[in-house]
Design a protein around this ligand. Structure first.
Ligand SMILES: [Zn+2]
Ligand SMILES: [Zn+2]
Length: 348
């Protein structure tokens, strides 16, 4: 079968690789129809993922049709149309039973080597082995087109969780640090939860233009100080909720700066610092709530799907490029150079 294989930093190629087979009786094989390139794939693309090796099949945003199931798979059936959750989990441990799949001891992430658990070949391929298929696959009963539901498997769930963890209430002023695909979905989700005003903080003009199109108020932090702009709009208080959707020190600094006393900072960007200089004095005096989270499609699908079905949100509107699997290297190049906002891949 054809698959997008990582061969070294910024070197991905479509190669012929063996088709996956059922290894455990809880596995299924998914025939992929549609996939996408995620910002998280860029860390892999650049070879920044610990332990990454040539030959890894990339991709964790994908959906398709179930081709084969193991003998212990019970709720998923051959020919079911399903979205794969980007993260995987066993479905039966204590954490999974609470719906906290990321904390499962058997969790992993497709197409990411062994960085977060078992090494699972990714979904930018014609076929994928899905572990714990009853838990990891999200079956679809409606006939919504792939491009409207695919992002449920990762970036939409991540943006939605960000707003959810922020406890956004009707009338709130929300500041979202980052206006890439996840930031944009965090902005959309904040509006769904009733935010009166949503500020989008970024430095890339094209991204801010997209945010404005969706109804956010753009702040280019290279031209304006987000703290001042938001203070001016809130009688000097600051944002009720700050959502961080980038990862790294500066974006978190920014979120902490714009939030008001007794406000909440909800973080879904990928953070890897051991020594972030948080002023606990400042956090104490301002009574801040600071919350980290990882998107969980397995837990959130039931809440998000109706929003898509009832056209409250239109996730497909963020797609800037559509291409065939054969041309995915070009998709990576454009996405990496920020010439593409979101790339959808037609696999079959
Ligand atoms: Zn992703
Ligand atoms: Zn588990």
């Amino acid at each position: 079968m054809k698959a997008c294989v990582w061969n070294g930093a910024q070197d991905v190629r479509i190669e012929e690789v063996p088709e996956p087979t059922i290894i455990k009786d809880t596995d299924a094989i998914l025939k992929v129809q549609t996939a996408a390139i995620c910002g998280t794939d860029l860390h892999a693309y650049h070879g920044q993922v610990p332990g990454f090796q040539s030959g890894i099949v990339l991709g964790h945003e994908f959906m398709g049709t179930v081709e084969q199931v193991g003998s212990k798979v019970s709720t998923i059936h051959v020919r079911d149309r399903a979205i794969a959750s980007d993260i995987t989990a066993c479905g039966s441990c204590w954490y999974c039973r609470q719906g906290l799949h990321w904390n499962c001891a058997s969790r992993s992430l497709f197409g990411y080597g062994s960085a977060f658990g078992e090494s699972l070949a990714g979904g930018q391929a014609e076929y994928v082995r899905i572990p714990y298929a009853d838990t990891v696959l999200i079956p679809l009963t409606s006939s919504l087109p792939d491009d409207r539901v695919l992002f449920l498997g990762d970036i939409l769930s991540t943006g939605f969780l960000c707003a959810l963890n922020g406890g956004v209430k009707p009338g709130d002023v929300v500041a979202v640090v980052g206006s890439g695909p996840v930031g944009l979905f965090a902005q959309m989700s904040a509006r769904v939860q009733g935010a009166a005003k949503v500020f989008a903080i970024d430095r890339v003009p094209d991204r801010l233009a997209v945010a404005e199109k969706f109804g956010s108020i753009a702040i280019n932090f290279e031209k304006h100080d987000p703290k001042e702009v938001i203070a001016a709009a809130t009688s000097g208080r600051g944002a009720d909720v700050a959502l961080e959707a980038v990862g790294g020190k500066e974006p978190l600094d920014s979120a902490l700066q714009v939030v008001r006393p007794h406000g909440t900072v909800s973080i879904v960007g990928v953070h890897m610092l051991d020594n972030y200089p948080l002023s606990t004095f400042d956090a104490f005096v301002r009574e801040l709530t600071i919350r980290f989270g990882v998107g969980d499609p397995m837990r959130l699908a039931a809440q998000i799907l109706p929003l898509i079905e009832n056209e409250v949100i239109h996730p497909d509107k963020i797609i800037s490029h559509r291409m065939d699997l054969q041309d995915i290297a070009e998709g990576y190049r454009l996405f990496n150079e920020r010439k593409a906002f979101k790339v959808l891949i037609n696999v079959t």
